[in-house]
Design a protein around this ligand. Structure first.
Ligand SMILES: NC(=O)c1ccc[n+]([C@@H]2O[C@H](COP(=O)([O-])OP(=O)(O)OC[C@H]3O[C@@H](n4cnc5c(N)ncnc54)[C@H](OP(=O)(O)O)[C@@H]3O)[C@@H](O)[C@H]2O)c1
Length: 242
């Protein structure tokens, strides 16, 4: 497989959409760094990709842990000297357990789904600035889209848990803000809605297979620079309302 010299970091990539995005990008010649909070799970995922012919590595990252983020930056600097693409993929949905949500669940969800992507992106700006085509993709959800919430309420309102939906709405605004503030450093920022996908988070009731679900992020990583939808939320090649 021909390498393209680009380094991609994917958070929460020991399973689900993160691992599949790594597999698809690795097959396209990207050097893939999969992060996982469980080191063993990260090693197993990277080994799977390597066995499939990809160049893949793993780093331990609990996304809410500032020390882990610091170690990740050092690792990337020492090993590659730059970062081309950051996919903020790690996410949780801890409110769909049949019990009422509460402030603690909302707080934990915001920490993982919103504050961590902010902190990780900020920490990686110096390494992204060394790329000639730097991109940040935030894995969002239509469940955070205020623009569709009202018209789609009958279909999706039952899935709109307070922590999850506000975290993704916040991630959308973070995407918009950083697409402006990081533009002068040559860093593009976009958000992706994968669809409702069969993963541990999406459950087996979801209609979409993981390979198809990964395609929106893979498209945003591979699309020509001049067509990159900076500051937008995308799903399968189309712009979605915020
Ligand atoms: N599946 C869907 O239908 C769907 C729809 C819209 C958006 N999304 C978004 O897509 C992204 C990936 O979801 P998925 O469906 O692939 O879910 P998943 O299979 O449950 O995978 C989630 C990943 O995030 C990791 N993670 C969770 N909390 C973490 C933490 N504190 N630190 C580090 N890693 C952490 C998990 O690690 P562990 O294995 O250690 O828990 C796992 O690797 C999420 O942001 C999700 O909101 C998914």
């Amino acid at each position: 497989m021909t390498k393209n010299g680009k380094v991609v970091l994917i958070t929460g990539a020991n399973k689900g959409l993160g691992k599949e995005i790594g597999r698809q990008l690795g097959a396209l010649g990207y050097t893939v760094v999969l992060t996982a909070r469980d080191e063993q799970a990260g090693r197993a995922a990277a080994a799977e990709l390597v066995a499939a012919g990809c160049e893949a590595y793993t780093v331990r990252l609990e996304v809410t842990n500032p020390d882990d983020i610091g170690s990740l930056v050092s690792y990337l600097d020492t090993t590659f000297g730059k970062l081309d693409v950051l996919v903020n993929n790690a996410g949780i949905s801890i409110e769909w357990d049949g019990k009422p949500t509460d402030a603690d669940k909302v707080r934990r969800t915001l920490e993982v789904n919103l504050i961590a992507p902010y902190a990780i992106t900020e920490a990686l700006v110096p390494l992204l600035s060394r790329s000639d085509d730097a991109r940040v993709i935030n894995h969002s959800s239509m469940l955070g889209s205020i623009g569709t919430a009202e018209s789609m309420w009958k279909q999706v309102g039952g899935f709109m848990a307070v922590g999850y939906s506000t975290s993704k709405a916040g991630l959308n605004m973070l995407t918009l803000i950083q697409s402006k503030t990081l533009a002068n450093k040559g860093i593009g920022v976009a958000a992706a809605h994968p669809g409702w996908v069969k993963t541990d988070l999406g459950t087996q009731a979801a209609p979409m297979e993981v390979a198809e679900g990964a395609s929106t992020v893979v498209d945003l990583v591979t699309i020509a620079r001049e067509k990159f939808p900076n500051g937008q939320l995308w799903h399968k090649g189309e712009r979605m309302p915020w």
